[in-house]
Design a protein around this ligand. Sequence first.
Ligand SMILES: *Cc1c(COP(=O)(O)O)cnc(C)c1O
Length: 462
Amino acid sequence: MTLTEPTTTPAATPAPTALVGGPALPQERRLVTAIPGPRSQELIARKSAAVAAGVGHTLPISVVAAGDGVVVDADGNSLIDLGSGIAVTGVGNSNPRVVAAVAAQLEAFTHTCFTIAPYEGYVAVAEKLNALTPGDHVKRSALFNSGAEAVENAIKIARNFTKKQAVVAFDHAYHGRTNLTMGLTAKNIPYKSGFGPFAPEIYRAPLSYPFRDGGLSGAEAAARAITQIEKQVGAENLAAIIIEPIQGEGGFIVPAQGFLPALAAWARDNDVVFIADEVQTGFARTGAWFASEHEGIVPDLVVTAKGIAGGLPLSAVTGRAEIMDSSMAGGLGGTYGGNPLATAAALATIEAYEEDGLVERAKQIGALLLGRLNALRTADPRIGDVRGRGAMVAIELVDPETGAPDAALTSKIAAYAHANGVILLTCGTYGNVIRFLPPLTISDELLVEGVGVVAEALRGAH
Ligand SMILES: *Cc1c(COP(=O)(O)O)cnc(C)c1O
């Protein structure tokens, strides 16, 4: 990296230069001020005065450009991006294919409301999703704006199709912050506390969490969950099971092998709609188009969002035609769902994953991260677990004596990384997981440098 003497005097702060992001940005970690620098501090002060306090921020910076492995702030600092805006910019910020497609669409038209006057982009995205999601059955898709909105629609569709009401979600689940999805989400603080009452007919089942469930096999963990569902809910009342094939916010928990297939098989045998929430895991992130593929499961409905459109807001529900077609016309939709700019971006984004070999690249990133992090773990027993698939990898930090979650150490590591120019995210029910979610277009050099900063942070933290 380039490290010039940090300074906080406004006079010495270089004016932001390139406002063009994408691959043109120098791929380097560069600190020219302390973080936050003066221009960033100014924005954060304005934010506090203008934006609701409930809308938090992880880094106190003012972003002016981003591309591939870096995010540049208004003070001229260039940070390594290990978060992708929470697994969104898999193809890189301002990916040239996305920029060109959205610019062309902007010139043509910006909105008709698809449910008033349809256009091709929406249909083409549905065709792509139907082809790419697991299973070769006949499928249909519907497009929405956010992950939470798509999750809500998947539940609506499943209830209407089965004429049943109950929904099962899992321990540590995260499905969003709207009313129904808050109810599905497991973690109280900060997502639920004070925001109730929550929607009825939501039940929670135990997950397979290999690091913390005493070595239960996938089959045993599935039997435990199924018994609880049968005893406490009953298949005759259950419309759907919703699960993240690898949990995101809950701590990048990869269930033991066999857990997901056993649940899916039980759902199929009991007329329960099996919904995979692939909002965080979808679109090449885990080294497959969808994480369900790692164990060959074929969900009835797949929910996608985050990585789908290179940063533009778009989400989808894709699934079996008989389920998806069971809602009456007008029952699904919204003003903006499948907006023309977002669908143009999604088509270009999917093309980028395909043409630029990004599924393969996610696997390479996974091998690199797992290799380096496992080496760190060997030398440092505070790293209790290293897990993940592809470019979705995490370390869980614990007290080496007791195995108790160490959230304080986790916060220290993150704070060190942020101060040293690395965007690093934490997660987990116990706040003790550091997650690595880089853009798939990041270079090996930046990735290695980013992990090096985490190693440095660990060495310095007691
Ligand atoms: C982020 C996320 C959501 C919610 O998506 P939003 O676009 O933030 O509403 C739902 N499910 C999972 C697994 C997520 O990671």
